[in-house]
Write a protein that binds this ligand. Sequence first.
Ligand SMILES: Cc1cc2nc3c(=O)[nH]c(=O)nc-3n(C[C@H](O)[C@H](O)[C@H](O)COP(=O)(O)OP(=O)(O)OC[C@H]3O[C@@H](n4cnc5c(N)ncnc54)[C@H](O)[C@@H]3O)c2cc1C
Length: 500
Amino acid sequence: MGKKSAIIIGAGPAGLTAAYELLLHTDIKPVIYEQSEMLGGISQTVNYKGNRMDIGGHRFFSKSDRVMQWWFRILPPQESEGETPEEKVMLIRNRLSRIYYLRSFFDYPISLNATTVRNLGLWRMFKIGVSYIYIRLFPIRDEKSLEDFLINRFGKELYLTFFKDYTEKVWGVPCHRIKPEWGAQRIKGLSISTVLWNAVKKIFVKERDIAQKNTETSLIEKFLYPKYGPGQMWEEVARIIRQKGGEIYFNKKAVAFENVDKRLQSIVVEDVKTGDKQQISADYFFSSMPVKDLIAGMMNRLPAKVLEVANGLMYRDFITVGLLIKRLKVKHPRYSLIPDNWIYVQERDVKVGRLQIFNNWSPYLVKDPSKVWLGMEYFCAEGDNLWNMTNEEMKKFAVRELVKIGFIEEQDALDGLVVRMPKTYPAYFGSYDEFEVVKNYLNSIENLFPVGRNGMHRYNNQDHSMLTAMVAVENIKNGIVDKENIWDVNTEQSYHEEKS
Ligand SMILES: Cc1cc2nc3c(=O)[nH]c(=O)nc-3n(C[C@H](O)[C@H](O)[C@H](O)COP(=O)(O)OP(=O)(O)OC[C@H]3O[C@@H](n4cnc5c(N)ncnc54)[C@H](O)[C@@H]3O)c2cc1C
């Protein structure tokens, strides 16, 4: 009998982890089909004339030791911070992100300090205070939406100032149409009382640090980051997979799935360049492609409800405009370049949602260190006005926005690149409420393992996307047929990529 094989759809973190784990723990041969030409999925790094762009800015951070150790085996952390001659290494980086609003910088998460008061002004602070007291006295009893949820915790004025516009930029729907559970999950620990408590704590911590002559550093958060961006991790994993006998094919899109008697028999893969189709069988199938597309491609008759719910799943899409800039107009009193990794742009008169400063993620992402390599991030919907702009229009639009918010002079924008990434955010609205119907159907197909972010329609970071693949391989190895433990990954939902 020949060796067993597994088809893996998608060469993102989940698909690559599944292949790696199969090679390490089983004798099943993994074959990956990836529709694009890139490794790493959303966690890829695009190399543009020697400047590397991260789609979103990916911190390597996990509460799971298993994931941390896994990453360290591929790219060990550098021994000490700063420049390093090592190539295959994860850098230890400082983390700073702030909010840009009213053409000024605010702490993120928002904190009560002199800068906040100065930037907002006394009249706004007064309104925030009064509306907060009001909502504590007269809370909205039945929270029907995210808007109600946020107003109850922050008061209407603070909600309007810091939450409404940004959330609506990210999701493209008004806050009153988003479920309150979304807030419960994402903004759990944050409320006015935590903001006040942090303000008090900060005074205390600062005094203690001064007493110990131990300034700032103890307050700075760190994170790990591959020297050449997240894609470096996944390119390295792919190299090991090939070395160990796994196969990876690019430009191959899984388009149809043949399911007989609760087993997936084969899939049809289309070459996106030639249109040629190929039907391929395997013993196991891992899918990190969007659930919606997977269900739509099933060749057998499906229960109508499964089709309806899968078809109603919604997503948010994402455009990053990489811009090479001669110099920024915004300054920091102590650093030659503002030190933020990313900035939340709350300004209402522009569409940009976040700004990445790639120099601060890793200086090795930037070819000429005297230049600033920015990522302007736009949340959008496939097919909307932003999505449909030509690359040239999009670049000009992004430059105009940067000029408008006072970040650059127009002539300082030197070069640019546009990357569109569909389905970056699986949405927890649309038909998501009824997702269980789809999940149960997928679970009924014994040899199919949905993994990862869109593969399970979950707001997973890399670590959780990887863990789903690890657990799926473990189940195969141990003969466990119940898939509930795969769905259990990331149900505690205690942390995610920030804010969006
Ligand atoms: C803005 C942003 C910031 C983020 N920040 C962080 C962070 O700081 N830290 C962190 O850990 N995570 C972060 N994430 C999350 C991280 O990007 C994802 O968790 C991770 O990439 C998901 O891996 P995946 O393999 O499940 O899916 P993906 O990365 O989406 O990969 C799926 C792959 O499948 C391919 N595919 C899809 N359909 C088909 C098909 N029909 N046939 C063949 N191939 C197909 C796709 O082309 C893609 O390559 C962030 C995400 C976003 C959007």
